[in-house]
Design a protein around this ligand. Structure first.
Ligand SMILES: NC(=[NH2+])NCCC[C@H](N)C(=O)O
Length: 646
């Protein structure tokens, strides 16, 4: 900002756009319309407000976030437009748009009109408010021109030089400068969280994939993320497992894994005995008590069973490249009595039919925190875990990724935390909690995704199949002859696992999604395979140019003269606000959609603008580089490993 403010010249038709730089520098000349004359004094004060507020908030605003930057400008304009004495506080409503009059739109006029209608102002309706909002915009480098359309929408055309400069700045300073600015420092993401001794199923796969992406987006936003695997390692099922182990393998301690064999089969056997044999059931219940009271033999057997499960889970995490830190249900167990005491002191706990419960306003059923047999349950553990995360780990945002079926459970746990004042009553304030629910994974028959014999699908097998199918596809493309076996395998893993992740993430997470290998591994359409190919193509354009990109970034200039260059540039610049939206609203599909559109924009640019060998080669190579940088970051945030050669 150069300190001098430009005012805007209005044309006779409010629908007609005008050039923002068509007026003066140091002297203020007002447009001829009556409206602007009547408002001249307020315009000047608006400009003063604008200069102050921009300075005061400068370092909070993300330089890559267009929406945020425009909102700041409209905030100043709103302050100037709404007479102070009305005491109306309005948030700027700025959104990207595809209207032919602009790139962004400010939609405040109608809402504002409904608030001031009938009051004494000079406004005659939404269009005149729109005009004023436009007229009161502070001068800036961002906007090229504005116009008012229909019921007061202010359309904004961004300056292509500003778009180009912002991209070039990102190229030299790094894409980290476009990261969201969140108000928090530490978050917990509770995801994956399978149950020990049971199969990790496709629901856990969804949780793992979605949770990892959310954690990555938060980490990109410079938030410290505690990636928590809240494994189910403390249920009553351990009584039957341990008892079965002792009875079937007296030498279990020496035999270790051999004693258990296949954990799922072992679980099934012990469950069958538990259901069929009352004497065994009795012994199993005794075993739970002895385990929970800390008897060493029982603890050792428990740890051994957990270890076997853990190793199986790790095979899945390793394939997916997902980091998690296990703090299972058992971790919180010693803290439960203390936490319940805190709740009791606040008089939140009551006796009900032998159990201890918390009644929650607006809910028909209470949250049971101590069962009638005196034992703790899933809810007592989750309440305690939440307390621990907020109070001990000092997390400011706790996010739970599970299927939508658990929504009610989490709503109740969150309500109790609010009743205990661990959380503010305003759900939008930090510390904050969110349940990130997701729908079912369906098979092609439209039913729950299972094996033909209706067993739970082993995730390792599923991922292996994605990889093997990718090897077949690469072989068909002649890569097996061209590349080493390792390279084929590595590429197939990236494509295969990437395809599974993307197929899940691209849907709105709340909807059920159908698992279909043919669809997700198709190289056309909105798939990871298509996107990975697009990325590899861009890398190869840059490689084949033979230019030193680091050098070009410093010496070359990026211009966006062709319409398709401008469209691609604008889309690149919208990365910052998109990732912020995906992250704050916990919606990875928003980022997927962005990535797909980016690839489409690039294709259009590349088919209409010659890159290598053209007069604009330097600028266009920089645009290719920026596209590869943003795409690469999107892949990273989605947990997909790109390949630069396919
Ligand atoms: N804090 C939590 N409750 N996290 C989710 C746990 C998911 C649970 N183990 C399940 O498999 O359904």
């Amino acid at each position: 900002m150069n300190g001098a403010f430009h005012l805007i010249a209005a044309t006779s038709s409010p629908l007609h756009s005008f050039n923002r730089f068509s007026c003066f520098h140091s002297s203020l000349t007002f447009p001829k319309s009556d409206f602007f004359r009547a408002n001249s004094r307020r315009l000047i004060s608006a400009l003063k407000i604008a200069s102050v507020s921009t300075m005061a908030t400068q370092d909070e605003v993300n330089p890559g976030n267009v929406k945020q930057q425009l909102s700041k400008l409209f905030e100043a304009s709103l302050k100037a437009t709404v007479p102070n004495e009305l005491e109306i506080d309005v948030e700027p409503l700025v959104a990207a748009c595809t209207a032919k009059f602009g790139d962004y739109q400010c939609n405040n006029a109608m809402g504002l009109w409904s608030k001031i209608k009938g009051k004494k102002t000079e406004f005659k309706g939404p269009p005149s408010i729109g005009q004023a909002l436009m007229g009161n915009l502070p001068e800036c480098d961002i906007v090229e021109s504005c116009s008012v359309a229909g019921p007061g929408f202010v359309n904004i055309v961004l300056s292509k030089n500003w778009i180009a400069q912002s991209i070039q700045k990102m190229l030299t300073e790094g894409i980290g400068t476009w990261a969201p600015r969140l108000q928090i420092r530490r978050a917990v993401v509770d995801f994956s969280s399978p149950n020990i001794a049971k199969e990790m199923h496709v629901g856990h796969l969804r949780s793992t994939i979605i949770g990892d992406t959310l954690a990555r987006m938060l980490e990109f936003s410079n938030v410290e993320v505690l990636r928590r695997n809240h494994v189910g390692d403390w249920g009553t099922q351990f009584g039957m497992l341990i008892e079965h182990l002792f009875e079937t393998s007296p030498n279990w301690e020496d035999e270790k894994e051999k004693a258990v064999g296949d954990l799922q089969a072992f679980y099934k056997e012990s469950k069958q005995r538990f259901d069929a044999d009352p004497a065994f059931k009795e012994r199993a219940q005794q075993a739970v008590v002895r385990l929970q009271s800390g008897e060493s033999k029982y603890r050792t057997a428990w740890a051994q069973i957990c270890e076997i499960s853990r190793r199986e889970f790790d095979q899945v995490y390793k394939r997916l490249g997902v980091q998690l830190e296990e703090k299972g249900e058992s971790f919180y167990n010693p803290y439960i009595p203390g936490v319940l005491k805190l709740l009791a002191e606040k008089e939140l706990i009551e006796d009900s039919e032998g159990a201890r419960v918390v009644f929650i306003e607006g809910k028909d059923i209470p949250l049971i925190v101590v069962k009638s047999d005196g034992g703790f349950n899933y809810a007592s553990t989750d309440l305690t875990a939440l307390w621990y995360r907020l109070k001990e780990e000092k997390a400011e945002w706790v996010i739970y990724v599970t299927d939508v079926g658990q929504q009610q459970h989490f709503e109740m746990v969150f309500s109790v935390a609010r009743m205990a004042s661990w959380l503010p009553s305003d759900v939008n304030l930090y510390p904050k909690v969110n349940h990130v629910g997701f729908g079912l994974v369906l098979g092609e028959d439209g039913k729950r995704f299972r094996t033909r014999s209706s067993e739970v699908i082993k995730l390792v097998d599923l991922l292996d199949e994605a990889k093997n199918r990718s090897i077949v596809a690469l072989t068909e493309r002649g890569k097996a002859a061209e590349w080493t076996k390792e390279k084929v395998e590595e590429t197939a893993e990236k494509i295969g696992y990437g395809a599974v992740k993307y197929a899940d993430l691209k849907n709105n997470r709340l909807t059920n999604y159908t698992f279909n290998f043919d669809q997700m591994l198709n190289d056309k359409g909105n798939t990871a395979v298509y996107l990975l190919y697009a990325y590899a193509r861009i890398c190869s354009i840059i490689r084949k140019s033979g230019k030193d990109m680091e050098d070009l970034k410093k010496t070359g200039a990026l211009l966006l003269d062709h319409a398709d260059e401008r469209a691609l540039g604008l889309h690149l610049l919208q990365f910052a606000e998109t990732v912020e939206e995906a992250c704050t609203n916990l919606l990875p599909n928003v980022l997927c959609e962005y990535l797909y559109n980016l690839s489409e924009n690039f294709t259009k640019f590349y088919s209409n603008c010659q890159v290598v060998g053209s007069a604009e080669e330097t600028s266009r190579l920089l645009l290719c580089e920026a596209t590869a940088t943003v795409m690469g970051k999107c892949f990273f945030l989605l947990g997909i490993n790109p390949v630069d050669k396919i």
